[in-house]
Every structure is written in C-alpha cells, then in structure tokens.
Design a binder for this molecule. Structure first.
Ligand code: ZN
Length: 458
C-alpha cells in the first residue's frame, strides 16, 4: 500500500510529505529528535481533512493530528507506520464579531495571532501561556490548555462556544455555535475538547472573546507559611471584587533559581522567604484599581498575612515580575528535570509537598526540587532535577513518589498538560474503573477502528 501516493491523489502532491521529508522536521520545541511517520498530510480545508481521514479509516492507518508541537506529555508522537495530520495550512481567522464578542478561526491559527488580531478591536482572548507564539488554537482545544489566567477566565473549554470536528470515518460534525447559552441537547464540543485527538480532529472553532482590560496592578510578595499563602489568596480575591487575574506561587528554591545567575532576573525582594506569590489584578480604571489594589495589599501586611512585597509601578515592572515566573528553563541548569503538572485541593498542598520532600530525600538522595505553579487553580508544577546519568533509572521511581500519594489527597496526575503517552500508566490514580470504562465506550463509539491517535490517553 503506497500511503503517500494515495494521499497525494486525494489532496495534491505538495500537500503530502513522504517519510524522508517528514524526517527533516523537528519533533517539537522540547524534543531533540525529528518527526517520523509514513507521511505527513497538510490539508488546506475541512473537506480535505475529511478525505484523508476517510481513506485512513478505510485502510486501517493510524492518524496523529498535530498542532504546534508544544505539548509536554508525548500526546502528538507518531510512529513510522502512521500518518501525521498537520493543520498548519489552516490558519485563517475567518471572523471577529465585536458585538457578539466571538472569533471564528481555523484550527491551525496560533494563539498569539488571535490575541493580536482581537486586540485591534479592543477585545481580548484570555487564554495565555508561554508557548503562545507556536501553540495552535486547535491544539489548545484538543488538550484543553490552561495557563496563567485560569483563575479568572477558566480553561480553554470555557472559552470555546462551538467547533467543527471530523470524525474517524471522515464525517464532518459542524457545531459552530455562537451563543453563550445553548442547552439544545448534548454538549458535543466538550466531547472533543481535551480528548487529545483520540475522538476526532478539530478543524474550526468559535471562541468567546472578552473586553480588554486597560489597567493592571501586580505585586511580588514574600510569605512565611503556606497557611498564609492560602489566606492571602482568599483575602485578595475577596478585596479585589472580581479583578484578580493571576495568583502564581513559587516555593523558595524556585524563586532563588530565577533570581540568581545564570538567570537574568534580579530579586525584587529578599531571597529567604519560604513562599513567594505573584498576584495580578486587571481592571479598567488606573486610579481606582490602583487604590483598591494598594488598600488590599496594605491590609494584608497589617494583618500579618505577608511580610514583604514589591508593588508594580509601571507596565515594565509587571513584565519583569512575569519574566521571573516564566523563566522555567532555569531548571535545566541544575540537573536533568523530571517535570510534573499536578492538581491538588489547596488545603492539602502543604501536607502533600512536605511529604514529597521527605520521600524524595529518603529514596533518591541528592536532587533539586523546584515547585511553582498556578496556585489559585490548585495546579502545581513540580520539577525534580537529577543527574543526567541517573535520569532514566530514577524517572519511574520519582513518578511513583509524585503520583501515588495523589489519590489519598484527591489530586490529579494532570492539571493542564494532558495524558498523552507519558501519564497513561497513571490515569487510574485520578480516575475510577467506571470512569475509565465510560471513556473506552466513547472511544469505541467514535473511533471503532482505533485510527485516531492510537494508544494515547485510554
Ligand atoms: Zn502551567
């Protein structure tokens, strides 16, 4: 069976790369290797996506849909006998409607391209994450991306009003709803959002836009105990009356890492507090918002919730604060990092992390532990850096130490990165047998031939 020839007959010669050309492409920003696949199809329309899938379905060929390849859990890995479906030629922003406050886009549009396009209408698309320039909206939807402002606007699934997806057999399901409220039957879009390409290929999206905030205030804060971190979150959310837009926590070792050489960042406050928080408020009135933000900070200081703070005086201060939090690549300088993305109830975080520190020290000996994350969402990024030569041996040991206690704390093995291949063995830590059985029934119903991203998630 000549897969390349068959696909070229369907969507054109230039739209299909053979195995050799595919192998010249990088497998993604976090990966040292190149892509491998029998062919890489680059359809230019939903109709062409449908043709490719129908052919693969009829010929039992596995298909891996790829967005910007910025994922961290091997969710878009392909093998030499599979077809990669890239949506890179589907990059049209079809409509921005300032009255309805929606954008209709093709799945290959990057997050940043949409953010910039809606800015011209004084609107905002609130999803935001470090990979914005490369990550695509189709990929953001397929993985239900999270990021920095979930506390205010929710995850990607909260920003998608409608979508169009192509099923395994090529059937196009167009569900391009523009309404905020639409209870006419099952919510089909949510079947595909977060399914990581295993139930259908998302080709177009209707996204909900928001009014653009015109003022922001930020502070970087030092705190003495975790209880005070949790209390400070409640205090700020309560005092800011709905304008809280980010609440990011950094444990001491991470703060020291991003504010010491070789990192470029300078410490805005002393480096010896156990916990740090980056708090952001977005509003529409510079004077009133600043007054309210400063009042809230003052009260937190007087009540003994915080011991030290640097408060932004300008947009460039805000950017400098964010660049500290975003400088996660520094974890590469002190060992080989094993990266985790877990969720926990906020009340359980201290017990969990204290427990993890002890178990790591007892089991693997010398290592560096860096914890930071979207604390307001209950999402921590735990990085365990070990010596490069120990990485392969220690990785499963560390995974066990991080994941196994999560069930007792009612946590999740994936907050925002997804399952892919990497976390598949641990899915049952966070999901019951009946939940997993229902997931398999859905997979069987939508993709009976198991051609869509086979082997991933369930
Ligand atoms: Zn994150």
């Amino acid at each position: 069976m000549d897969i390349v020839k068959a696909l070229r007959d369907l969507i054109g010669d230039k739209a299909v790369l053979d195995a050799a050309d595919t192998a010249t492409r990088s497998a993604g920003v976090w990966r040292p290797d190149n892509l491998q696949a029998a062919a890489l199809a680059r359809p230019a329309s939903t109709e062409e996506v449908s043709k490719v899938l129908a052919w693969c379905h009829a010929n039992a060929v596995g298909v891996v849909a790829q967005g910007g390849l910025t994922g961290l859990v091997h969710g878009a890995d392909a093998t030499a006998d599979q077809v990669i479906l890239s949506l890179e030629r589907m990059r049209n922003i079809e409509e921005i409607n300032p009255v309805q406050r929606t954008a209709t886009v093709e799945a290959g549009v990057t997050l940043q391209a949409l953010q910039e396009a809606v800015e011209e209408h004084a609107l905002m698309f609130p999803l935001d994450l470090g990979a914005r320039g490369t990550a695509t909206l189709g990929g953001n939807a397929a993985t239900n991306a999270g990021g920095n402002r979930v506390i205010r606007y929710g995850m990607m699934r909260d920003m998608v009003l409608g979508l169009e997806a192509v099923l395994a057999d090529g059937t196009v399901v167009s569900s391009l709803n523009h309404l905020i409220k639409n209870n006419a039957g099952y919510d089909l879009r949510q079947l595909f959002i977060g399914s990581e390409g295993t139930l259908g290929v998302i080709t177009r999206l209707v996204l909900r836009l928001r009014e653009q905030p015109s003022a922001r205030n930020m502070a970087l804060v030092g705190l003495e105990t975790f209880d005070k971190v949790a209390a400070f979150l409640k205090h700020m959310d309560h005092s800011l009356g709905g304008t809280l837009s980010a609440f990011e926590a950094m444990w001491q070792s991470f703060y020291q890492l991003v504010t010491s050489p070789p990192a470029n960042g300078k410490p805005p406050i002393a480096q010896d507090y156990p916990f740090y928080v980056l708090v952001e408020s977005q509003g529409a009135d510079r004077e009133l918002d600043t007054q309210r933000f400063n009042n809230a900070m003052e009260a937190a200081y007087e009540n003994g919730l915080i011991v030290d703070a640097a408060i932004s005086q300008s947009e460039s201060d805000c950017e400098a604060f964010w660049s500290l939090r975003d400088d996660v690549e520094q974890v590469l300088h002190h060992g080989f990092p094993i990266i985790f993305d877990i969720s926990l109830p906020i009340g359980e975080m201290e017990a969990y992390t204290t427990n993890l520190k002890t178990s790591l020290a007892e089991t693997i000996g010398e290592h560096n532990l860096y914890i930071f994350g979207h604390l307001g969402d209950g999402n921590l990024h735990v990085n365990v850096a070990v010596k490069a030569e120990d990485y392969q041996r220690l990785r499963p040991v560390v995974e066990q130490l991080v994941y196994a206690p999560l069930a007792a704390f009612q946590g999740s093995v994936s907050a925002e990165h997804g399952i892919g291949l990497e976390k598949k063995p641990y899915l049952d830590v966070s999901r019951s047998a009946n939940e997993l059985a229902l997931m398999r029934s859905l997979k069987q119903a939508l993709d009976p031939g198991n051609i869509l991203n086979p082997g991933k998630v369930v």
